[in-house]
Design a protein around this ligand. Structure first.
Ligand code: 5GP
Ligand code: ZN
Length: 114
């Protein structure tokens, strides 16, 4: 828990969000400004400011987050495919400084990303 962190406030329930999925390490809820038909954020309950802060002690957590993203995709029936994105740092386009995975689906994704 990091005071002033938006996603920590969603995790504690201080700010409401529709929980699409939850397990012991993370919650998943819709992005407030969706970039595709389905746009879900997978957020660890532990506050970690970005992927750049992750080390060997986080490998289990990171694996569980990826598995949670796959579970979210199954729940949202993204059987035609989807994209998992982790924006990291200023040039990576990160705006909320609590690690999160974007699960995007429901349209064809272009490459390279913008
Ligand atoms: P980032 O830009 O850091 O990769 O992603 C942050 C995401 O959080 C953005 O896609 C943004 O729309 C979303 N977001 C920002 N504030 C809120 C909020 O209060 N509730 C929800 N559900 N999503 C938010
Ligand atoms: Zn946080």
């Amino acid at each position: 828990m990091s005071s002033g962190c938006l996603f920590c406030k969603i995790i504690t329930g201080m700010i409401p969000a529709q929980r699409v999925y939850e397990d012991e390490v993370c919650i998943a809820f819709p992005d407030i400004n969706p970039q595709s038909l389905t746009h879900i954020l997978v957020v660890p309950k532990e506050h970690l400011s970005s992927l750049a802060e992750a080390g060997p002690e986080h490998t289990e957590l990171l694996g569980k987050l990826m598995a949670a993203a796959a579970e979210v995709a199954r729940i949202k029936k993204l059987d035609r495919g989807y994209r998992v994105v982790v924006n990291t740092g200023a040039e990576g386009g990160q705006t909320v400084h609590h690690l999160h995975l974007h699960v995007l689906g429901g349209r064809h994704m272009g490459w390279p990303p913008g």
